[in-house]
Design a protein. Structure first.
Length: 132
């Protein structure tokens, strides 16, 4: 997000959900804002996790790897490392080049003090995340 555009991005996501509460991508977009993309002081893990749950409950297309990553991110930020790992594994089973999954894997490895695993995951994030 460009500096100063955070409130606009959140307002746009809220408007998209209000306009059509059956669109999975709108919930995922707002979830990623609340969980990852907004400045730290604007994030809301509980609301972001609710949006992930709403997105999972909706029928629709879209890449399931994105849903798995969203579930992993919400689990990680809620302190559920076991669920986070399980969802990351599912995400990467569905799309082995899902860059954001490697970013979260690297963060988890760094927190655990596993520098080699963190470096390997960061390398994959950089390789697969070009243009994201």
């Amino acid at each position: 997000l460009r500096a100063g555009k955070h409130l606009e991005a959140l307002a746009d996501a809220n408007a998209a959900i209000k306009a059509n509460s059956k669109v999975r991508e709108a919930y995922l977009h707002r979830a990623f804002l609340l969980l990852r993309d907004l400045p730290q002081n604007m994030r809301d893990v509980a609301k972001g996790a609710q949006d992930v749950t709403a997105a999972v409950a909706l029928e629709g297309g879209g890449e399931h790897a994105t849903l798995r990553y969203a579930q992993a991110l919400a689990a990680w930020l809620s302190g559920d490392d076991k669920l986070c790992r399980a969802q990351l594994a599912k995400c990467l089973e569905e799309n082995e080049k899902f860059a954001w999954a490697y970013d979260l894997t690297a963060t988890m490895a760094e927190r655990a003090g596993n520098k080699p695993a963190a470096a390997a995951a960061r390398k994959k994030f950089e390789e697969y995340g070009k243009g994201e």
